[in-house]
Design a protein around this ligand. Structure first.
Ligand SMILES: [Zn+2]
Ligand SMILES: [Zn+2]
Length: 70
């Protein structure tokens, strides 16, 4: 069985993602992002790029990190 960990879809071409020692199976990158991507500490969007870390919080961009610090 290859069931998506996010939506439960049973998909033949599912793939696995290992993060912090836990392995998840997903049917799409969209589901992987929904479950695993951190949220920006300022605007709340999913951080799917490199992002920026400031004071232990992840932000989607420098602008958000600066807005949160201000
Ligand atoms: Zn899914
Ligand atoms: Zn942001």
């Amino acid at each position: 069985m290859t069931q998506c960990a996010q939506c439960g879809n049973d998909y033949a071409h599912a793939f696995e993602v290992t993060m912090a020692g836990a392995t998840y199976t997903f049917d799409s990158f969209e589901c992987a992002i929904q479950k695993l991507a951190p949220e920006c500490g300022h605007c709340g969007c999913k951080v799917i790029g490199h992002g920026t870390d400031a004071a232990g919080t992840t932000y989607c961009c420098d602008h958000c990190a600066q807005q949160a610090a201000a």
